[in-house]
Design a protein around this ligand. Structure first.
Ligand code: FRU
Length: 481
């Protein structure tokens, strides 16, 4: 342990302790989502199952709710309901990561956690920080026990990446295929074309650049947080591209997160990227990451937030010294070449009381603070829902348009839409200040923050021939908070 590491740990604990009361006095603290103990959270990092425990790391800036120096915060759980909040693990304590331990992934191999991340360095001077003045180093930490993370090694520097790239090369995701290891990293080239670069290794330490993957036509200037996975026999490339213009109801957020199906060979130029599709249609979703658990499930967790949104919408939690959260975990499948997201089954253990209703046309239920709402539409007709006085969900059969909108409780969030051929069912998770809407068994998802008061309750449903179930939901049990 070096002195910086030691003191960052002490300071983080102290800051968490000193802010506990203020943070926890916020009604909008979430009940069943992972949040920073204090300060700012962004991307999920290093997701893995290790010795029968799920580890969720995340980009964490404890000292500033609007973002600052990035460490890796840490939660773990055996069942996704009972969590332990642990000391931050990866600190920026070396010359090659002194301005942030940026995003990355964990590969569990030979009974060890191999953590790969980007060491961010910003030099002082008159730089544009795109082509000069910035280092993005690839760093490895090997943890034998999931508790000690002191064994750091610098693996690659910008000079080890292809020379057509800018300084922006980050977010290593590592996986194993046929006895070889592969790493994908997000990149921006000198012509401002977003892409990913692929490395290969036999030992997780020595990496060789082998390929670049990009779309036929430029699609944004930077691809962040790549993840290349195999799902139901298909290769899926998940990316978070920046620099995409809005196109009707598509790409309405400042940055996007979506996926391509990749045909052919990701290791050579014989690959093809099919259409890009957004993973989530809501206001607050970015930088998702997946991992495969011992049950063989591919589980995705996203950041329930976005960078650089302040000109558009805000989060009043900042007044209580914290901001952002992670999404609920979602199990992924590919059906008819489409990515499907299903809340993991463990979340059913949060269910408390249950209300079953048959809706002929209108119904009002006083609701709960936090709940899951399931609606089955027996006929494909218009549907109109109002939750907590200000969250509106509308399905317009004529236009096949599904819309999520907010009044002032959206804090600047207006509306987002997508096309649905036929609305069959909805599964909606409402926490104190978030909503996740799963349409037609996870074909489309809308994730958003919103900020009703404690008094704003109620579920108002206008529809035809619906079967409705409302479950009151309980809280995560978080030890060490
Ligand atoms: C995505 C991202 C990553 C980077 C991290 C820094 O939100 O910009 O590309 O590693 O956040 O916190």
């Amino acid at each position: 342990m070096n002195a910086l590491n030691r003191d960052f740990k002490i300071l983080t604990r102290l800051y968490e302790e000193n802010n506990k009361e203020k943070v926890n006095s916020d009604y909008h603290r979430l009940n069943f989502h992972l949040m920073p103990p204090v300060g700012w959270l962004n991307d999920p990092n290093g997701l893995c199952e290790f010795n029968n425990e799920y580890h969720v790391f995340y980009q964490y800036s404890p000292f500033n709710a609007k973002g600052g120096i990035k460490f890796w915060g840490h939660y773990k759980s055996k069942d996704f309901i009972n969590w332990e909040s642990l000391d931050s693990k990866v600190y920026s304590d070396q010359p090659y990561d002194c301005h942030g331990a940026y995003s990355g992934s964990t590969l569990v191999h030979d009974g060890k956690m191999n953590i790969f991340y980007t060491g961010n360095v910003k030099n002082i001077g008159d730089y544009d920080y795109i082509n000069s003045g910035r280092e993005h180093n690839t760093v490895l930490i090997v943890s034998e026990d999931g508790k000690n993370f002191n064994n750091k090694k610098l693996l690659m520097k910008n000079s080890d990446y292809p020379s057509n790239l800018t300084c922006h090369v980050r977010d290593p995701k590592v996986f194993k295929e046929n006895d070889k290891f592969y790493m994908v990293q997000g990149a921006r080239d000198k012509e401002d074309v977003g892409q990913i670069i692929v490395f290969e290794s036999d030992d997780l330490i020595n990496w060789k650049y082998i390929n670049t993957i990009k779309s036929e036509e430029k699609f944004g200037y930077m691809w962040e947080c790549p993840d290349l996975i195999e799902l139901n026999g298909k290769k899926v490339l998940i990316i978070s591209p920046q620099g995409i213009e809005a196109d009707g109801i598509k790409y309405n957020n400042i940055y996007q997160s979506g996926y391509y199906l990749l045909e052919g060979d990701f290791k050579t130029e014989n690959y093809k990227l099919n259409n890009f599709d957004e993973i989530d249609r809501g206001f607050d979703f970015y930088a998702p990451q997946t991992f495969v658990d011992s049950k063989g499930r591919t589980i995705l967790i996203g950041w329930m937030g976005l960078p650089d949104i302040d000109d558009y919408y805000t989060n009043p939690t900042v007044e209580y010294n914290w901001q952002h959260a992670l999404t609920i975990p979602r199990q992924l499948e590919i059906k008819n070449d489409k990515l499907i997201q299903i809340p993991i089954s463990e979340l059913e253990n949060l269910r408390k009381s249950e209300v079953k209703l048959s809706v002929e046309n209108n119904i009002y239920h006083e609701g709960f603070d936090t709940f899951e709402l399931i609606i089955n539409q027996n006929e494909d007709k218009d549907l109109d829902l109002t939750i907590k006085d200000g969250l509106k969900i509308k399905y317009n059969k004529n236009d096949n348009l599904f819309t999520l909108s907010f009044n002032e409780i959206g804090f600047g969030r207006t509306d987002r839409s997508c096309n649905i051929d036929k609305l069959e069912n909805l599964r909606i998770f409402v926490d104190t200040s978030s909503v996740e809407i799963f349409i037609n068994n996870g074909e489309e998802v809308f994730t958003s923050r919103f900020y009703p008061t404690k008094e704003q309750k109620g579920i108002d449903i206008k529809g035809n021939n619906l079967d409705v179930i409302i479950y009151e939901l309980g809280k995560f049990n978080i030890k060490g908070e």
